[in-house]
Design a protein around this ligand. Structure first.
Ligand code: FMN
Length: 356
């Protein structure tokens, strides 16, 4: 019997299936970080997911890292998101907001001229996506201790706003080389104070942010995403197995809604390393197919499975899997395409595809 269509506990909520929509930046917000009506439609179309995790949302303006990404700081941003949660709930869905602070993966042109912030002033390799196209990253500014407290409080306040706007929970984006992983990783964190050095020091920021989010939402409405050894955004760590073992040991016993682990061609099987250390709902993602997801569930390797590309291109993915129907292919050219509807809300559901 298929496990994909059995219910699963996500903290305070019971999801009717084990198909989770991955957080995906789509760059369709306005210049002020406000999500509009197309975004309401996009998420409502995907409400049959067991759980939707939104695109990365900056908790405060200094955390923005890409053009036309949304925030959760101003009244207009909150009002835009409230329409999203209402529409998803009206269709019977559940939705968590992913809080994403990009840290050094940004550019002054996205920050009203301000220099991006990071644990240490180490310039990433590569280029930022700015209003003027792709430009080299700059050397970030090292956060002071007082500023770190402010950043953590920014996550706390964004969590409060998300819950007030009707979100069912929040996810801390601690993957993909953004600010939390910049603290966690030895290659990007050269601090000598309590937020650097040993693994205890490097993990402190992530754990304190999580604690601030838990204080507002309750642990059973807070999840965390990690991606060990993804090596995206020029992140490196000298001993990632030790780093992530330590972190997950600290997550255990907190009563979190879930741990979300995305792997891409890591040499080590981090699921085998990390899952036994965690005591809650374990989400896996990264290149899954219906078959590999089913196998992971029946093999006891995960409690729920996360799909990115497939949900992006198939608003009715659970129904397609149920029927064994063909999938729409994602169009990479329209992944990030402000402000167009093309490739955003025009992927057909099965019935529409058949009618056409
Ligand atoms: C267009 C696009 C945007 C993404 N943006 C985010 C993001 O904002 N936050 C995040 O945690 N992951 C982001 N990801 C990664 C996905 O959450 C997911 O981990 C990845 O797509 C692998 O799953 P898949 O192979 O099923 O697509 C993005 C992926 C895509 C394709």
């Amino acid at each position: 019997m298929s496990q994909l269509f059995t219910p699963v506990r996500i903290g305070r909520h019971l999801a009717p299936n084990r198909l989770v929509m991955a957080p995906m930046t789509r760059s369709r917000a306005d210049a002020d970080g406000v999500p509009g009506d197309m975004t309401v439609t996009y998420y409502a179309q995907r409400a049959s997911a067991g759980l939707i995790i939104t695109e990365g949302v900056f908790p405060s303006a200094i955390g923005k890292g890409y053009v036309n990404t949304p925030g959760m700081e101003t009244e207009a941003q909150v009002a835009g998101w409230q329409k999203v949660t209402e529409a998803v709930h009206a269709r019977g869905g559940r939705i968590f907001m992913q809080l994403m602070h990009c840290g050094r993966i940004s550019h002054p042109s996205l920050l009203n001229g301000a220099t991006p912030v990071a644990p240490s002033p180490i310039k990433p390799e590569g280029q930022a996506w700015t209003p003027a196209g792709q430009v080299d990253f700059v050397t970030p500014r090292e956060l002071s201790l007082a500023e770190i407290a402010g950043v953590i409080d920014g996550y706390r306040q964004a969590t409060r706003r998300a819950i007030d706007a009707g979100f069912d929970g929040v996810e801390l984006h601690a993957a993909s080389g953004y600010l939390p992983e910049q603290f966690l990783s030895s290659g990007t964190n050269h601090r000598q104070d309590q937020y650097g050095g040993s693994v205890e020091g490097r993990a402190r920021f992530v754990l304190e942010v999580l604690a601030a989010m838990v204080a507002e939402a309750g642990a059973d409405r807070v999840g965390i995403k990690i991606s060990p050894e993804m090596n995206f955004n020029s992140i490196t760590d000298a001993a990632p197995q030790q780093t992530y073992s330590y972190l997950v040991d600290k997550l255990r016993g907190q009563g979190l809604a879930y741990l979300h682990v995305t792997l891409f061609s890591a040499a080590v099987d981090y699921h085998a390393l990390l899952r036994p250390r965690f005591d809650g709902t374990y989400l896996i993602g990264g290149g899954l197919t219906q078959d590999s997801a089913e196998a992971a569930l029946t093999g006891g390797k995960a409690d729920a499975t996360v799909f990115g590309n497939a949900f992006l291109a198939n608003p009715d993915l659970p129904e397609r899997f149920r029927q064994g129907a063909a999938l729409n292919a994602p169009d990479r050219n329209t992944f990030f395409a402000p402000p167009t509807a093309k490739g955003y809300i025009d992927y057909p559901a099965l019935a529409e595809a058949k009618a056409a």
